[in-house]
Design a protein around this ligand. Structure first.
Ligand code: LRH
Ligand code: MN
Ligand code: MN
Length: 393
Protein backbone atom coordinates (compact mmCIF):
# COMPACT_ATOMS: atom_id res chain seq x y z
CA UNK A 1 0.00 0.00 0.00
CA UNK A 2 1.54 3.29 -1.04
CA UNK A 3 -0.88 6.19 -0.64
CA UNK A 4 -4.01 5.99 1.49
CA UNK A 5 -6.87 7.35 -0.63
CA UNK A 6 -9.02 10.09 0.95
CA UNK A 7 -12.16 7.94 1.33
CA UNK A 8 -10.27 5.17 3.09
CA UNK A 9 -8.50 7.75 5.23
CA UNK A 10 -11.80 9.23 6.39
CA UNK A 11 -13.31 5.81 7.10
CA UNK A 12 -10.28 4.74 9.12
CA UNK A 13 -10.10 8.02 11.06
CA UNK A 14 -13.80 7.81 11.93
CA UNK A 15 -13.48 4.23 13.16
CA UNK A 16 -10.41 5.04 15.25
CA UNK A 17 -12.14 8.01 16.78
CA UNK A 18 -14.93 5.75 18.04
CA UNK A 19 -12.60 3.07 19.44
CA UNK A 20 -12.58 2.56 23.20
CA UNK A 21 -9.87 0.92 25.31
CA UNK A 22 -10.32 0.26 29.03
CA UNK A 23 -7.33 0.46 31.35
CA UNK A 24 -6.94 -1.62 34.53
CA UNK A 25 -6.60 -0.02 37.97
CA UNK A 26 -3.90 -2.53 38.90
CA UNK A 27 -1.61 -1.39 36.07
CA UNK A 28 -1.04 1.84 38.02
CA UNK A 29 0.06 0.16 41.25
CA UNK A 30 3.42 -1.33 42.13
CA UNK A 31 3.84 -4.85 40.82
CA UNK A 32 6.49 -7.46 40.33
CA UNK A 33 7.14 -11.14 40.38
CA UNK A 34 7.26 -13.57 43.27
CA UNK A 35 10.94 -12.62 43.50
CA UNK A 36 10.61 -8.89 43.95
CA UNK A 37 8.20 -6.00 43.75
CA UNK A 38 10.04 -2.84 42.73
CA UNK A 39 8.42 0.24 44.23
CA UNK A 40 8.12 3.27 41.99
CA UNK A 41 7.68 6.92 42.79
CA UNK A 42 4.32 8.62 42.43
CA UNK A 43 2.36 5.37 42.56
CA UNK A 44 -1.30 5.66 43.71
CA UNK A 45 -2.03 5.13 47.39
CA UNK A 46 -5.71 4.36 46.96
CA UNK A 47 -8.36 3.69 44.29
CA UNK A 48 -9.01 7.42 43.91
CA UNK A 49 -5.44 8.02 42.84
CA UNK A 50 -5.61 5.06 40.44
CA UNK A 51 -8.68 6.67 38.88
CA UNK A 52 -6.74 9.92 38.57
CA UNK A 53 -3.95 8.09 36.72
CA UNK A 54 -6.44 6.40 34.40
CA UNK A 55 -8.02 9.79 33.69
CA UNK A 56 -4.56 11.10 32.81
CA UNK A 57 -4.16 8.32 30.23
CA UNK A 58 -7.52 9.28 28.76
CA UNK A 59 -6.62 12.96 28.71
CA UNK A 60 -3.62 12.30 26.48
CA UNK A 61 -5.03 9.50 24.30
CA UNK A 62 -8.73 10.41 24.04
CA UNK A 63 -9.79 6.76 23.67
CA UNK A 64 -9.49 5.31 27.19
CA UNK A 65 -12.55 6.69 29.01
CA UNK A 66 -13.06 3.83 31.49
CA UNK A 67 -11.02 2.09 34.16
CA UNK A 68 -11.57 -1.48 35.37
CA UNK A 69 -11.63 -2.17 39.10
CA UNK A 70 -10.51 -5.31 40.92
CA UNK A 71 -12.39 -6.08 44.13
CA UNK A 72 -11.17 -6.07 46.90
CA UNK A 73 -7.88 -4.63 45.62
CA UNK A 74 -9.84 -1.44 45.00
CA UNK A 75 -11.71 -1.41 48.27
CA UNK A 76 -13.66 1.76 49.15
CA UNK A 77 -16.63 2.42 51.42
CA UNK A 78 -18.72 4.12 48.81
CA UNK A 79 -18.48 2.98 45.18
CA UNK A 80 -21.03 5.51 43.99
CA UNK A 81 -18.72 8.23 45.39
CA UNK A 82 -15.76 6.70 43.54
CA UNK A 83 -17.86 6.68 40.36
CA UNK A 84 -18.68 10.34 40.99
CA UNK A 85 -15.00 11.15 41.39
CA UNK A 86 -14.22 9.32 38.13
CA UNK A 87 -16.83 11.43 36.37
CA UNK A 88 -15.27 14.63 37.74
CA UNK A 89 -11.96 13.40 36.33
CA UNK A 90 -13.54 12.85 32.92
CA UNK A 91 -13.81 9.06 32.92
CA UNK A 92 -16.10 6.28 34.18
CA UNK A 93 -15.65 3.11 36.16
CA UNK A 94 -15.75 0.06 33.91
CA UNK A 95 -15.55 -3.66 34.40
CA UNK A 96 -15.68 -5.11 37.90
CA UNK A 97 -13.18 -7.94 38.38
CA UNK A 98 -13.83 -10.35 41.23
CA UNK A 99 -10.91 -11.60 43.28
CA UNK A 100 -11.45 -15.05 44.74
CA UNK A 101 -7.81 -16.03 44.67
CA UNK A 102 -6.01 -14.30 47.50
CA UNK A 103 -7.52 -15.63 50.72
CA UNK A 104 -6.03 -18.57 52.62
CA UNK A 105 -9.45 -20.22 52.38
CA UNK A 106 -8.96 -20.62 48.65
CA UNK A 107 -5.95 -22.91 48.84
CA UNK A 108 -7.94 -25.77 47.30
CA UNK A 109 -10.06 -23.55 45.11
CA UNK A 110 -12.79 -20.93 45.44
CA UNK A 111 -16.05 -21.81 43.70
CA UNK A 112 -14.80 -25.34 42.99
CA UNK A 113 -13.48 -25.96 46.51
CA UNK A 114 -14.48 -29.35 47.97
CA UNK A 115 -15.68 -27.53 51.13
CA UNK A 116 -19.19 -26.08 50.69
CA UNK A 117 -18.47 -23.32 53.24
CA UNK A 118 -15.59 -22.02 51.13
CA UNK A 119 -17.74 -22.21 48.02
CA UNK A 120 -20.43 -20.18 49.79
CA UNK A 121 -17.86 -17.53 50.73
CA UNK A 122 -16.57 -17.33 47.14
CA UNK A 123 -20.06 -17.08 45.67
CA UNK A 124 -20.86 -14.43 48.28
CA UNK A 125 -17.98 -12.35 46.94
CA UNK A 126 -19.21 -12.70 43.36
CA UNK A 127 -22.61 -11.44 44.45
CA UNK A 128 -21.00 -8.55 46.34
CA UNK A 129 -19.23 -7.61 43.13
CA UNK A 130 -22.62 -7.30 41.44
CA UNK A 131 -23.65 -4.96 44.29
CA UNK A 132 -20.58 -2.88 43.39
CA UNK A 133 -21.69 -2.87 39.75
CA UNK A 134 -25.10 -1.62 40.81
CA UNK A 135 -23.41 1.28 42.63
CA UNK A 136 -20.93 2.13 39.87
CA UNK A 137 -23.21 1.53 36.89
CA UNK A 138 -20.72 -0.94 35.46
CA UNK A 139 -21.97 -3.30 32.79
CA UNK A 140 -19.54 -6.18 33.14
CA UNK A 141 -18.65 -8.66 35.87
CA UNK A 142 -15.40 -10.32 34.89
CA UNK A 143 -14.59 -13.66 36.47
CA UNK A 144 -11.27 -15.37 36.45
CA UNK A 145 -10.79 -18.32 38.77
CA UNK A 146 -7.37 -19.47 39.88
CA UNK A 147 -9.06 -22.77 40.77
CA UNK A 148 -7.33 -25.99 39.91
CA UNK A 149 -5.30 -28.82 41.35
CA UNK A 150 -1.61 -29.61 41.47
CA UNK A 151 -1.68 -33.39 41.55
CA UNK A 152 -3.62 -36.09 39.73
CA UNK A 153 -6.21 -37.53 42.07
CA UNK A 154 -6.25 -34.44 44.29
CA UNK A 155 -9.95 -33.80 43.57
CA UNK A 156 -12.71 -34.95 41.24
CA UNK A 157 -12.47 -33.14 37.91
CA UNK A 158 -16.16 -33.69 37.14
CA UNK A 159 -17.42 -32.58 40.52
CA UNK A 160 -15.35 -29.44 40.25
CA UNK A 161 -17.08 -28.68 36.94
CA UNK A 162 -20.47 -29.16 38.64
CA UNK A 163 -19.48 -26.78 41.45
CA UNK A 164 -18.23 -24.23 38.94
CA UNK A 165 -21.47 -24.41 36.94
CA UNK A 166 -23.51 -23.90 40.09
CA UNK A 167 -21.52 -20.83 41.18
CA UNK A 168 -21.71 -19.30 37.72
CA UNK A 169 -25.46 -19.87 37.68
CA UNK A 170 -25.90 -18.05 40.98
CA UNK A 171 -23.81 -15.10 39.84
CA UNK A 172 -25.59 -14.99 36.48
CA UNK A 173 -29.02 -15.02 38.10
CA UNK A 174 -28.07 -12.04 40.27
CA UNK A 175 -27.45 -9.85 37.19
CA UNK A 176 -30.07 -7.36 36.11
CA UNK A 177 -30.72 -5.13 33.10
CA UNK A 178 -27.81 -4.88 30.72
CA UNK A 179 -25.29 -6.44 33.13
CA UNK A 180 -23.14 -9.25 31.74
CA UNK A 181 -21.02 -12.06 33.11
CA UNK A 182 -17.66 -12.40 31.37
CA UNK A 183 -15.75 -15.63 31.95
CA UNK A 184 -11.98 -15.62 31.52
CA UNK A 185 -9.94 -18.77 30.94
CA UNK A 186 -6.26 -19.45 31.55
CA UNK A 187 -4.21 -22.50 30.66
CA UNK A 188 -2.35 -22.83 33.94
CA UNK A 189 -0.99 -20.90 36.93
CA UNK A 190 -1.30 -20.86 39.85
CA UNK A 191 -2.47 -24.47 39.50
CA UNK A 192 -0.04 -26.67 37.64
CA UNK A 193 -1.84 -29.95 36.94
CA UNK A 194 -5.46 -29.05 36.30
CA UNK A 195 -7.15 -25.70 35.86
CA UNK A 196 -10.95 -25.65 36.10
CA UNK A 197 -11.41 -23.08 33.31
CA UNK A 198 -8.31 -23.77 31.21
CA UNK A 199 -9.42 -22.82 27.71
CA UNK A 200 -11.93 -21.02 25.53
CA UNK A 201 -13.89 -24.21 24.89
CA UNK A 202 -14.60 -24.69 28.59
CA UNK A 203 -15.50 -21.03 29.04
CA UNK A 204 -17.69 -21.12 25.93
CA UNK A 205 -19.56 -24.25 27.09
CA UNK A 206 -20.31 -22.72 30.49
CA UNK A 207 -21.41 -19.44 28.90
CA UNK A 208 -23.72 -21.30 26.51
CA UNK A 209 -25.31 -23.09 29.46
CA UNK A 210 -25.80 -19.79 31.31
CA UNK A 211 -27.46 -17.78 28.60
CA UNK A 212 -27.18 -14.76 26.37
CA UNK A 213 -25.56 -12.37 28.81
CA UNK A 214 -22.64 -14.70 29.56
CA UNK A 215 -19.65 -14.28 27.27
CA UNK A 216 -16.02 -15.28 27.03
CA UNK A 217 -12.96 -13.12 27.79
CA UNK A 218 -9.80 -13.70 25.81
CA UNK A 219 -6.69 -12.75 27.74
CA UNK A 220 -3.95 -12.83 25.14
CA UNK A 221 -1.44 -14.15 27.69
CA UNK A 222 -3.47 -17.19 28.71
CA UNK A 223 -2.70 -19.74 26.01
CA UNK A 224 -0.15 -22.35 25.17
CA UNK A 225 2.69 -21.00 23.01
CA UNK A 226 1.77 -21.07 19.34
CA UNK A 227 -2.01 -20.99 19.91
CA UNK A 228 -3.83 -19.33 17.04
CA UNK A 229 -5.67 -16.68 19.04
CA UNK A 230 -7.30 -15.06 16.02
CA UNK A 231 -9.03 -18.38 15.33
CA UNK A 232 -10.57 -18.23 18.80
CA UNK A 233 -11.59 -14.63 18.13
CA UNK A 234 -13.25 -15.59 14.83
CA UNK A 235 -15.01 -18.60 16.35
CA UNK A 236 -16.40 -16.71 19.33
CA UNK A 237 -17.44 -13.74 17.19
CA UNK A 238 -19.36 -16.06 14.89
CA UNK A 239 -21.07 -17.62 17.91
CA UNK A 240 -21.87 -14.23 19.46
CA UNK A 241 -19.91 -15.26 22.54
CA UNK A 242 -16.93 -12.92 22.52
CA UNK A 243 -17.41 -10.48 25.39
CA UNK A 244 -14.02 -8.91 25.98
CA UNK A 245 -10.27 -8.93 25.65
CA UNK A 246 -7.60 -8.65 28.28
CA UNK A 247 -4.76 -7.36 26.14
CA UNK A 248 -1.12 -7.84 27.05
CA UNK A 249 2.01 -9.39 25.55
CA UNK A 250 3.92 -12.48 26.44
CA UNK A 251 7.14 -14.18 25.49
CA UNK A 252 6.73 -17.23 27.72
CA UNK A 253 3.58 -17.54 29.84
CA UNK A 254 1.31 -14.92 31.44
CA UNK A 255 4.00 -12.24 31.26
CA UNK A 256 1.56 -9.27 31.33
CA UNK A 257 3.91 -7.09 29.27
CA UNK A 258 2.69 -4.16 27.21
CA UNK A 259 0.27 -5.18 24.47
CA UNK A 260 1.84 -5.10 21.03
CA UNK A 261 5.37 -5.25 22.39
CA UNK A 262 6.17 -8.96 22.00
CA UNK A 263 4.14 -9.76 18.89
CA UNK A 264 2.55 -6.77 17.17
CA UNK A 265 1.69 -8.98 14.19
CA UNK A 266 -0.50 -11.19 16.37
CA UNK A 267 -2.30 -8.11 17.67
CA UNK A 268 -2.89 -7.02 14.07
CA UNK A 269 -4.26 -10.46 13.17
CA UNK A 270 -6.65 -10.29 16.11
CA UNK A 271 -7.81 -6.80 15.16
CA UNK A 272 -8.23 -7.94 11.56
CA UNK A 273 -10.81 -10.51 12.72
CA UNK A 274 -12.54 -7.83 14.78
CA UNK A 275 -12.69 -5.40 11.87
CA UNK A 276 -13.87 -8.07 9.42
CA UNK A 277 -16.72 -8.92 11.80
CA UNK A 278 -17.54 -5.20 12.18
CA UNK A 279 -17.09 -5.65 15.92
CA UNK A 280 -14.91 -2.64 16.70
CA UNK A 281 -17.65 -0.17 17.56
CA UNK A 282 -18.49 0.01 21.28
CA UNK A 283 -22.15 -0.62 20.41
CA UNK A 284 -21.12 -4.12 19.28
CA UNK A 285 -20.48 -4.94 22.93
CA UNK A 286 -16.89 -6.13 22.90
CA UNK A 287 -14.82 -4.64 25.69
CA UNK A 288 -11.21 -4.01 24.74
CA UNK A 289 -9.32 -3.97 28.02
CA UNK A 290 -5.69 -3.96 29.00
CA UNK A 291 -4.55 -6.39 31.68
CA UNK A 292 -0.93 -5.58 32.31
CA UNK A 293 1.62 -5.11 35.04
CA UNK A 294 4.43 -2.63 34.65
CA UNK A 295 7.07 -4.06 36.93
CA UNK A 296 10.06 -2.02 35.81
CA UNK A 297 8.76 0.69 33.49
CA UNK A 298 6.95 3.91 34.47
CA UNK A 299 3.30 3.00 34.70
CA UNK A 300 1.15 5.81 33.30
CA UNK A 301 3.56 6.23 30.39
CA UNK A 302 3.47 2.46 29.76
CA UNK A 303 -0.31 2.45 29.71
CA UNK A 304 -0.31 5.35 27.24
CA UNK A 305 2.17 3.43 25.06
CA UNK A 306 -0.09 0.36 25.24
CA UNK A 307 -3.13 2.32 24.12
CA UNK A 308 -1.13 3.65 21.17
CA UNK A 309 -0.04 0.11 20.30
CA UNK A 310 -3.66 -1.05 20.16
CA UNK A 311 -4.54 1.96 18.01
CA UNK A 312 -1.69 1.18 15.60
CA UNK A 313 -2.75 -2.44 15.18
CA UNK A 314 -6.35 -1.34 14.71
CA UNK A 315 -5.43 1.28 12.12
CA UNK A 316 -3.53 -1.35 10.13
CA UNK A 317 -6.46 -3.76 10.35
CA UNK A 318 -8.78 -1.02 9.10
CA UNK A 319 -6.49 -0.46 6.12
CA UNK A 320 -6.84 -4.00 4.76
CA UNK A 321 -8.12 -3.74 1.20
CA UNK A 322 -11.16 -5.96 1.65
CA UNK A 323 -12.31 -6.13 -2.01
CA UNK A 324 -8.77 -7.09 -3.08
CA UNK A 325 -8.50 -9.63 -0.26
CA UNK A 326 -11.86 -11.17 -1.07
CA UNK A 327 -11.04 -11.37 -4.77
CA UNK A 328 -7.74 -13.09 -4.07
CA UNK A 329 -9.40 -15.50 -1.63
CA UNK A 330 -12.14 -16.37 -4.13
CA UNK A 331 -9.57 -16.87 -6.88
CA UNK A 332 -7.56 -19.14 -4.62
CA UNK A 333 -4.61 -16.80 -5.04
CA UNK A 334 -2.78 -17.68 -1.84
CA UNK A 335 0.14 -15.35 -2.32
CA UNK A 336 -1.92 -12.35 -3.39
CA UNK A 337 -4.29 -12.77 -0.41
CA UNK A 338 -1.36 -12.89 1.95
CA UNK A 339 0.26 -9.90 0.20
CA UNK A 340 -2.90 -7.81 0.64
CA UNK A 341 -2.88 -8.50 4.36
CA UNK A 342 0.85 -7.81 4.69
CA UNK A 343 0.53 -4.54 2.75
CA UNK A 344 -1.83 -3.27 5.41
CA UNK A 345 0.35 -4.57 8.23
CA UNK A 346 3.45 -2.95 6.77
CA UNK A 347 1.86 0.48 6.41
CA UNK A 348 3.30 3.13 8.70
CA UNK A 349 0.12 4.36 10.37
CA UNK A 350 1.80 6.77 12.73
CA UNK A 351 1.16 9.84 10.52
CA UNK A 352 -2.51 8.85 10.31
CA UNK A 353 -2.73 8.54 14.09
CA UNK A 354 -1.09 11.92 14.55
CA UNK A 355 -3.75 13.34 12.24
CA UNK A 356 -6.46 11.61 14.27
CA UNK A 357 -5.21 13.18 17.50
CA UNK A 358 -5.02 16.61 15.93
CA UNK A 359 -8.63 16.22 14.76
CA UNK A 360 -9.56 15.24 18.32
CA UNK A 361 -7.83 18.30 19.77
CA UNK A 362 -5.07 16.20 21.35
CA UNK A 363 -1.32 16.45 21.17
CA UNK A 364 -0.22 14.26 18.21
CA UNK A 365 2.45 12.66 20.41
CA UNK A 366 0.72 11.58 23.66
CA UNK A 367 3.86 10.14 25.28
CA UNK A 368 5.87 13.32 24.74
CA UNK A 369 2.94 15.48 25.85
CA UNK A 370 2.51 13.41 29.00
CA UNK A 371 6.21 13.67 29.81
CA UNK A 372 6.14 17.43 29.27
CA UNK A 373 3.02 17.83 31.40
CA UNK A 374 4.87 17.38 34.70
CA UNK A 375 2.17 14.96 35.94
CA UNK A 376 4.64 12.37 37.20
CA UNK A 377 6.67 15.01 39.04
CA UNK A 378 3.52 16.39 40.64
CA UNK A 379 2.17 13.05 41.86
CA UNK A 380 5.62 11.99 43.01
CA UNK A 381 5.67 15.00 45.32
CA UNK A 382 2.07 14.40 46.46
CA UNK A 383 2.01 10.64 46.92
CA UNK A 384 4.33 9.04 49.37
CA UNK A 385 4.15 5.27 50.02
CA UNK A 386 2.41 3.99 46.89
CA UNK A 387 0.12 0.98 47.06
CA UNK A 388 1.01 -2.37 45.62
CA UNK A 389 -1.12 -3.52 42.74
CA UNK A 390 -2.02 -6.55 44.78
CA UNK A 391 0.00 -8.68 42.45
CA UNK A 392 3.26 -10.55 42.76
CA UNK A 393 3.90 -9.98 46.45
C1 LRH B 1 -5.20 -13.75 35.77
C2 LRH B 1 -5.59 -12.41 35.26
C3 LRH B 1 -7.06 -12.10 35.53
C4 LRH B 1 -6.95 -11.30 36.81
C5 LRH B 1 -5.74 -10.44 36.47
C6 LRH B 1 -5.12 -9.66 37.57
O1 LRH B 1 -3.92 -14.10 35.33
O2 LRH B 1 -5.31 -12.28 33.90
O3 LRH B 1 -7.61 -11.31 34.52
O4 LRH B 1 -8.09 -10.58 37.07
O5 LRH B 1 -4.85 -11.39 35.92
MN1 MN C 1 -6.61 -11.27 32.56
MN1 MN D 1 -3.41 -13.13 33.42
Amino acid sequence: MTEIDPTTRRRVLDALREQRIETPSWAYGNSGTRFKVFAQEGVPRDPYEKVADAATVHRFTGVAPTVALHIPWDLVDDYAALAGYAKEQGIELGTINANVFQDDDYKLGSVTNPDPAVRRKAIGHLLECVDVMDATGSRDLKLWFSDGTNYPGQDSIRQRQDRLAEALRQAYERLTGRQRLLLEYKLFEPAFYLTDVPDWGTAYAHCLELGERAQVVIDTGHHAPGTNIEFIVAFLLRAGKLGAFDFNSRFYADDDLMVGSADPFQLFRIMHEIVQADALRPSQGIAFMLDQCHNIEPKVQAVIRSVLNVQEATAKALLVDVPALTAAQRAGDVLEANAVLMDAYNTDVRPLLRELREEMGLDPDPVAAYKRSGYLERVTAERVGGQQAGWGA
